[in-house]
Write a protein that binds this ligand. Structure first.
Ligand code: CMP
Length: 149
């Protein structure tokens, strides 16, 4: 009976790694890096309608969307929809500003959740992640500045 536990755990860990390999954010990560990220990230299935991030709140987590779509809203107005492979929650963690938008699951979703400390630690160790995160951050800040009167 107990003998099944180890293989099942290994299968789960492999499934998470397989999901991560499809995420462009992680495309240049080595296998070792991916394993490290997999250890830090919680894989979470959430139902449609679930609010993952609330505008104005303090940020504590970074999210990578592996399945489904989420809507991003600022001041009640939809800014964009993000899909599999996209990430969000980086702005508050990097700027220490409150969450810039509300993010809601538009469908049932699967996300990888990484704590703020683990996120900073990953960026420190893996410069290949930095460029992608910085690029998204710059685009989003600029979108939000041009979109608000
Ligand atoms: P954060 O401010 O931590 O929490 C809300 C998240 O929504 C934000 O990080 C970004 O990841 C995301 N976000 C905010 N504005 C935009 C935008 N204009 N386009 C895409 N994503 C955004």
């Amino acid at each position: 009976m107990g003998g099944y536990r180890v293989p099942v755990m290994a299968l789960r860990a492999n499934a998470k790694l397989e999901l991560m390999k499809k995420v462009p954010l992680f495309e240049h990560c080595s296998k070792k890096d991916l394993q490290r990220i997999a250890e830090l990230a919680d894989e979470l299935p959430l139902s449609a309608g679930r609010v993952l991030i609330e505008e104005g709140e303090r940020g504590r987590e970074f999210f990578v969307l592996v399945d489904g779509t989420v809507d991003v809203r600022r001041k009640g107005r939809k800014v964009t929809t993000l899909g599999p492979g996209d990430f969000f929650g980086e702005m508050a963690l990097l700027s220490r500003a409150p969450r810039a938008a509300t993010v809601t699951a538009a469908t049932d979703v699967t996300v990888l959740v990484i704590s703020d400390r683990a996120f900073v630690d990953l960026l420190d160790r893996m410069p290949e992640l930095w460029v992608k995160v910085a690029r998204a951050l710059a685009e989003r800040v600029s979108d939000n500045e041009s979109g608000t009167p």
